[in-house]
Write a protein that binds this ligand. Structure first.
Ligand code: ATP
Ligand code: PH2
Length: 162
């Protein structure tokens, strides 16, 4: 199935952690956004994040397989789960999988934070300008509804190195 993954890192070699995801997913990767540096939301007293969005497609993987793939990559990045919304070497969120809706707390789809997160919407819009977030509408409109300060906290750095 086709999935949109959000990648984030704010500890250690942030770019290397993001690259580890794209390298590992290999031929399943359909598109990757530029790398963005973003001010932290949630817990604001932590280092800036690097964020990127990646579109993947693999007929052999359903939404649970994409979640497990992301968790395995987080584990390999030595991620320790401590504080909610706190600093981490690698965060892989499953933003959407085709039109799947899920209210299972282990796998909420679409990912509930997405409409409010310019750090996801801006990179996603870059690689899929017509994307629609199931149940919420076109992401271009979701982004327009964010305050200017949110959009300004997301800064494009460079194309994703591959
Ligand atoms: N769409 C999803 N993508 C990734 N993890 C999810 C999703 N829906 C639910 N989860 C669950 O969220 C938990 C991980 O939460 P985590 O600590 O990464 O939250 P967070 O990244 O701090 O906050 P947020 O989820 O708001 O980004 C996992 O147990 C996972 O099963
Ligand atoms: N800018 C930004 N802020 C965050 C991020 C993130 O990926 N980007 N992830 C978090 C963990 O859920 C908490 N805060």
């Amino acid at each position: 199935m086709r999935a949109v993954l959000s990648l984030g890192s704010n500890l250690g070699d942030r770019l290397a952690y993001l690259k580890s995801v794209v390298d590992s997913l290999g031929s399943a990767v359909v598109a990757v956004s530029s790398v963005y540096e973003t001010a932290p939301w949630g817990v604001e007293d932590q280092p800036d994040f690097l964020n990127a969005v990646c579109i993947v497609d693999d007929p052999a993987r359903d939404e649970w397989a994409w979640l497990r793939a992301g968790q395995e990559l987080e584990r390999r990045a030595g991620r320790v789960r401590e504080l909610r919304w706190g600093p981490r070497t690698l965060d892989v969120d499953v933003v959407t999988v085709d039109g799947v809706r899920s209210d299972d707390p282990e796998l909420l789809l679409p990912h509930p934070g997405t409409p409010e997160r310019a750090s996801v919407l801006i990179p996603w819009l870059e690689i899929d300008p017509d994307a629609v977030l199931p149940g919420h509408g076109p992401i271009a409109e979701l982004l327009r509804a964010r305050p200017d300060s949110d959009r300004a906290s997301v800064n494009r750095l460079y194309p994703f190195p591959r």
